[in-house]
Design a binder for this molecule. Structure first.
Ligand SMILES: NC(=O)C1=CN([C@@H]2O[C@H](COP(=O)(O)OP(=O)(O)OC[C@H]3O[C@@H](n4cnc5c(N)ncnc54)[C@H](OP(=O)(O)O)[C@@H]3O)[C@@H](O)[C@H]2O)C=CC1
Ligand SMILES: O=C1O[C@H](COP(=O)(O)O)[C@@H](O)[C@H](O)[C@H]1O
Length: 783
């Protein structure tokens, strides 16, 4: 049997049709009795499920197919009646006719049991036309409900007496502004007095903290919390439901889930489709409200929370506890993007559903966001949770990636390469899977280390097991009154407390929204040192220039390079002068002479105490050389070195030494940019990835040494090449690379990395220099 499923249903109709290939065999599904809920109240009395907004998008694509699925699998009792309520005036027959094709092409509709159950489902489906703010309409609804409930109960039970309990579930698939009117009409007229009443409410639960609080207050005035079930459909995903079991059910794993072992956690939702008719809604919400503040934050809390029984027993108590430990989100660590046209698809701003009056606002609307959440508790202090979501990207994917710290590099055991870090990946979609990236010996005669995956793909291991979609699972949980799969009011308010202040600081043009073409990997990150309005205490720069006066190695432009870069940072990017240390051999730098010892000390100053969010800058202009690599780590067998002013008496500084001080010490979340304007500088910081301009992609070094900080380096030339001192070219002598770097950035202060490299090439070419600048990095940045 083959099952190739996209286990979610937002998408456009064609992707629904294409992706839902499921053969028509019976899947193994436990019965209600096997699950132990066949005697619960909802199965004993009468049961009515009332879907408000029955004519809408959500209802036809998710809610009704989920109800069909539940009925077909006999999880709903035979006496259930289903009501669709909408303002549209139509009779039940017309409504059933309209809905049926949507049921047929839904995920549930592909299952053999659901096809068979379709007539039974449609038979118990009634359409009722009502205005949400009309108590008269809802009073009529109450009468019809009562009649249908009783009739269906008598029919199904074969009994003569009316049910002792009438249970009602109201599902709100209506726009948020209609919530309160509908909730009051129901309260006034439609509540059952003999059984339970539950309201399942769909997001958005407010637009910001104050609207969320007032919605909570208004709903709270009508209903007790136990009646309200706030749906976040991600909580219904199989993998999300599994996070608890995986974390706390595996004795080996829990001891690793903390800052001793975890370097970072990445939570990602990528979508390869755009807003498609939802541009109107999206302009007012943006990607952070749409999926990060709710869905991805819910996933994060499940990954990060303490064991529920240690925090009051309720999963939601544990979630609230970790939400409370989350720190304010730093706007400096946020990247925003908006897709433009690309790969034959229109850009966000070309979406016709954006109202004319909202066009200006839409220009600042983010369809992509990346941000960092930090948790101030013993378990997670220092571990960044990097959350990223975007529409119009190159693929659709949703996953949690727990990245473990690297082991100590041991050149005797692993002479060829340091084993890469392990990762535990929980993939929500597509193709649910949990896998561990695992290092082992390459099979066969080779002794080198290779990375493989210990892979639990659900489609292989559990292909015959019925795994309901998120909505099916959650509606059943709602009918059963299982509150733990829903969002409690205090969780919601805390989520807004985290996001509302951030949104205020970055929305409506307060933070730049970078463009990215549809179908790409999202916006490339801007140069870290170019961020405006950053707290000065979080920046540091060390600029070194050595002219080697009076020696055979004398140069003319290196001290000028320091001045040039100083001006670039202070004038173009607004860095305060006191964040910048300069070492120049004219003795005028504020850090003293660039001797070997002083350079080492200042490099330590640069990296000492670096905290996530800090932005650092390092430059060296002077002579570079090469020296044999005694460890054999370098691909070409040579270490790159820089020459201090006392090079005739003291040893040169090797790239390994520099990297040990200013790269390897950096914690995750610190961003360092380096400029090395000297010969043989290509891999001068020994970073693992180099940008291949010809192929437009990152190339990983043969012996990559990964590190935690985000480091980028622009080098004057390749390792086997030389950099020029452009004495006669410019008004004042200066290194060809540094001069190009400053000129290019003054003209275009916010390029993305590869674009800057390209501009440097062009600038150097135009100046007649043959040297080819190199961009290397600790990360394969999005481009
Ligand atoms: N669509 C989706 O995938 C998701 C939607 N949601 C949320 O679910 C809810 C419903 O979403 P969706 O189905 O897309 O919404 P729709 O825009 O399709 O609206 C649903 C129904 O509400 C009624 N409605 C529309 N406008 C008004 C109005 N001004 N006053 C009263 N009723 C109105 C309409 O029915 P009629 O005219 O017949 O009364 C409409 O069919 C929203 O809160 C949405 O945010 C949440 C997650 C995903
Ligand atoms: O709530 C929403 O979620 C979907 C993503 O959920 P999925 O289950 O379809 O993966 C998102 O596309 C939509 O914009 C958002 O409103």
């Amino acid at each position: 049997m083959t099952m190739e499923l996209r286990r979610s249903m937002t998408c456009n109709d064609s992707s629904l049709e294409n992706k839902m290939v499921i053969e028509q065999e019976e899947l193994r599904a436990p019965t209600a009795a096997e699950m132990g809920f066949d005697k619960e109240p909802f199965r004993l009395g009468s049961l009515a499920i009332v879907v408000l907004g029955a004519t809408g998008d959500l209802a036809k694509k998710e809610t009704f197919p989920a109800l069909l699925d539940l009925l077909a699998h006999e999880y709903l009792p035979p006496q259930v009646v289903i009501f669709g309520v909408g303002r549209t005036k139509q009779d039940t027959g017309t409504f059933r006719e309209w809905l049926q094709p949507w049921l047929v092409k839904s995920f549930a509709g592909q299952m053999k049991r659901c096809k068979e159950a379709m007539p039974n489902f449609l038979k118990r489906l009634t359409y009722f036309s009502a205005n949400y703010d009309s108590q008269e309409d809802f009073a009529r609804l109450a009468l019809t409900l009562e009649a249908e409930e009783t009739q269906m109960f008598l029919e199904a039970s074969g009994k003569a007496e009316v049910p002792s309990e009438a249970n009602r579930v109201f599902y709100f698939a209506i726009p948020p502004f209609a919530f309160l009117a509908a909730a009051s009409s129901i309260k006034a007229t439609c509540l059952s007095s003999s059984g339970f009443n539950r309201l399942i409410i769909e997001k958005p639960f407010g637009h910001d903290l104050s609207s969320a609080k007032s919605l909570a207050k208004d709903l709270g005035a009508l209903y007790e919390e136990k009646h309200l079930l706030r749906m976040d459909h991600f909580l219904g995903y199989e993998i999300c439901q599994n996070i608890l079991s995986v974390r706390f059910g595996n004795a080996f794993l829990e001891p690793l889930m903390n800052n001793q072992h975890v370097a970072a956690v990445r939570i990602t939702l990528k979508e390869d489709f755009g807003t498609e008719g939802r541009g109107g809604y999206f302009t007012h919400y943006g990607i952070i409200r749409d999926v990060i503040q709710n869905h991805l934050l819910q996933m994060l809390t499940l990954v990060a929370m303490e064991k529920p029984c240690n925090v009051g027993g309720d999963v939601r108590d544990a979630k609230v506890a970790v939400l409370k430990a989350m720190m304010d989100i730093d706007p400096e660590e946020v990247v925003l993007g908006q897709f433009t046209s690309g790969n034959g698809k229109p850009g966000y701003l070309e979406d016709d559903s954006i109202a004319e009056k909202d066009r200006e606002k839409a220009k600042h609307c983010a369809t992509f966001a990346q941000l960092v959440i930090r948790i101030d508790n013993d378990r997670w202090w220092g571990v960044p949770f990097i959350v990223r979501a975007g529409k119009g990207l190159e693929e659709s994917k949703c996953e949690v990636r727990i990245q473990f710290k690297e082991r100590h590099r041991d050149p005797r055991l692993f002479p060829e390469a340091c084993p890469p870090r392990n990762e535990l990946v929980m993939r929500v979609s597509p193709h649910e899977a949990i896998y561990l990236k695992f290092n082992m010996k390459t099979p066969g005669l080779s002794t080198s280390v290779t990375t493989t995956e210990l892979d639990l793909s659900y489609n292989h291991r559990y292909e015959e097991v019925y795994r309901p979609l998120a909505y099916t699972r959650l509606i059943l949980a709602g009918v059963r009154g299982e509150h733990e799969s829903f969002v409690r009011d205090d969780e919601l308010i805390r989520a807004w407390e985290l996001f509302s202040p951030l949104l205020e600081k970055i929305e409506d043009g307060k933070k730049e929204v970078l463009k990215y073409p549809f179908g790409s990997r999202g916006p490339a990150a801007p140069m870290p040192f170019s961020a405006s309005g950053m707290d000065p205490s979080r920046r540091k720069a060390l600029l070194i220039g050595v002219n080697y006066f009076g020696t055979r190695a004398e140069l003319r432009g290196c001290i000028n390079d320091v001045h040039n870069l100083y001006r670039l940072l202070t004038e173009t990017y607004g860095w305060p002068g006191h964040c910048i240390k300069t070492l120049t051999d004219d003795g005028r730098g504020n850090g003293g002479m660039p001797t070997r010892q002083n350079i080492g000390q200042h490099m330590s100053w640069l990296s000492d105490g670096a905290q996530p969010g800090d932005v650092l800058f390092f430059s060296f202009s002077g002579h570079g050389a090469q020296k044999e690599d005694p460890h054999g780590y370098e691909e070409d067998g040579m270490n790159e070195t820089i020459l201090p002013v006392d090079f005739e008496r003291a040893p040169c500084l090797t790239d390994d030494e520099i990297s040990d001080i200013i790269v390897k010490r950096l914690p995750e979340g610190v961003r360092l940019t380096g400029v090395m304007d000297c010969c043989h500088s290509g891999t001068g910081l020994d970073l693992p990835f180099t940008w291949d301009m010809r192929r437009g992609m990152w190339r990983e070094e043969v012996n990559p040494f990964h590190s935690m900080g985000d480091v980028l380096m622009f080098s004057g030339c390749e390792d086997d090449d030389t950099s020029s001192d452009a004495a006669g070219m410019y008004a004042a002598p200066g290194g060809a690379m540094t001069t190009a770097f400053c000129d290019v950035l003054r003209r275009n202060p916010r390029p993305i990395y590869p674009q800057l490299l390209q501009l440097l090439h062009q600038h150097l070419n135009r100046g007649g220099f043959s040297q080819r600048p190199v961009l290397s990095s600790t990360q394969q940045w999005l481009v």
